[in-house]
Ligand binder design. Structure first.
Ligand SMILES: NC(=O)c1ccc[n+]([C@@H]2O[C@H](COP(=O)([O-])OP(=O)(O)OC[C@H]3O[C@@H](n4cnc5c(N)ncnc54)[C@H](OP(=O)(O)O)[C@@H]3O)[C@@H](O)[C@H]2O)c1
Length: 271
């Protein structure tokens, strides 16, 4: 399996990375360092996580060459709008200690604002300070609304996606549009790791339920960013390139879907 996915603009994005939501600044530094030491090239943060400085320190301390790393951050809801998006992006870069990010995402579809935010993001992309731009938590209708004014189609949609929320229809639409799908809370925030279907499949392959889920994402052409603050788990979550789920096992996992959202519905959020 290729370890990267080619985005619509030709940029190669690693298919497996580290997420750092709900990770304190100092823990973020360590997690990022451990991840990079164990082969990760993709780090997913956001302004609202309040750990971009810690992430930047981890990157600097890891000694990895900048061009070998893929860093994502996101525009927070309160900063949406044309000028505020430009300012928020500059602030994120400064906190990260970087002169570009690889992917900049609109974090949530704030109605009445995201088209203006996108105009700023298109300019940021044109300036080369974001190598790719995309959205997060956008349903099909949000993307359609964005495209009424956009010049550039989002390259990625990062959405809540795990075996109990498989989002088949949205994934089909995104695939048709050439927009890469990235899963957030890919392990169901750790809540589905005791599921017997997953643990049984894991036993057959001598892998954990977490590894089975990550492999299911990868084989479903989904970019995946599991979060952990523990070195052993960070390592474990990357050790998924030496086994393959059968078609039947993939189907068994697909069938765990119960449309269960752990986070807010993008049509109904109040933050
Ligand atoms: N765009 C958005 O709106 C949005 C929303 C939510 C998340 N995200 C992104 O997606 C990333 C991942 O989602 P998430 O953090 O919500 O949840 P997740 O990755 O689905 O699950 C993380 C939880 O699973 C545990 N865990 C990780 N690996 C494990 C393993 N091998 N064995 C047992 N437990 C394990 C972690 O605990 P420990 O840390 O204690 O190991 C943590 O409690 C976030 O960090 C963030 O970057 C984006």
């Amino acid at each position: 399996m290729d370890k990267t996915k080619r985005l619509a603009n030709g940029i190669e994005m690693p298919r497996l990375g580290l997420g750092v939501w709900r990770v304190e600044e100092t823990d973020a530094t360590n997690s990022v360092k451990w991840a990079i030491e164990n082969g990760y090239h993709l780090i997913d943060t956001a302004a609202i996580y309040k750990n971009e400085t810690g992430v930047g320190k981890g990157i600097a301390q890891s000694g990895i060459k900048r061009e070998n790393l893929f860093v994502t951050t996101k525009l927070w809801n309160a900063d949406q709008g044309y000028e505020t998006a430009h300012q928020a992006f500059n602030d994120s870069l400064e906190r990260l200690g970087l002169d570009y990010v690889d992917l900049y995402l609109i974090h949530w579809p704030v109605e009445g604002k995201f088209n203006d935010s996108w105009r700023a993001m298109e300019e940021i992309y044109a300036s080369g300070r974001a190598k790719a731009i995309g959205v997060s938590n956008f349903h099909q209708h949000h993307i359609e609304e964005l495209m009424t004014t956009a010049k550039i189609k989002p390259m990625v949609d990062q959405i809540e996606l795990h075996p109990t929320l498989t989002q088949e229809n949205l994934r089909e639409y995104l695939a048709k549009e050439g927009i890469a799908v990235e899963a957030w809370s890919p392990l169901g925030q750790g809540k589905i790791l005791q599921n017997p279907t997953l643990t049984e499949i894991g036993k057959k392959h001598k892998k954990s339920a977490a590894q089975v889920i990550i492999r299911w994402h990868l084989q479903s052409d989904i970019i995946v960013i599991p979060k952990s603050v523990h070195e052993e788990r960070i390592k474990e979550n990357f050790d998924v390139f030496d086994f393959e789920l059968s078609e039947d096992e993939m189907k068994q996992i697909d069938h765990l879907n119960i449309n269960e959202r752990l986070g807010a519905d993008p049509d109904n959020f109040n933050f």
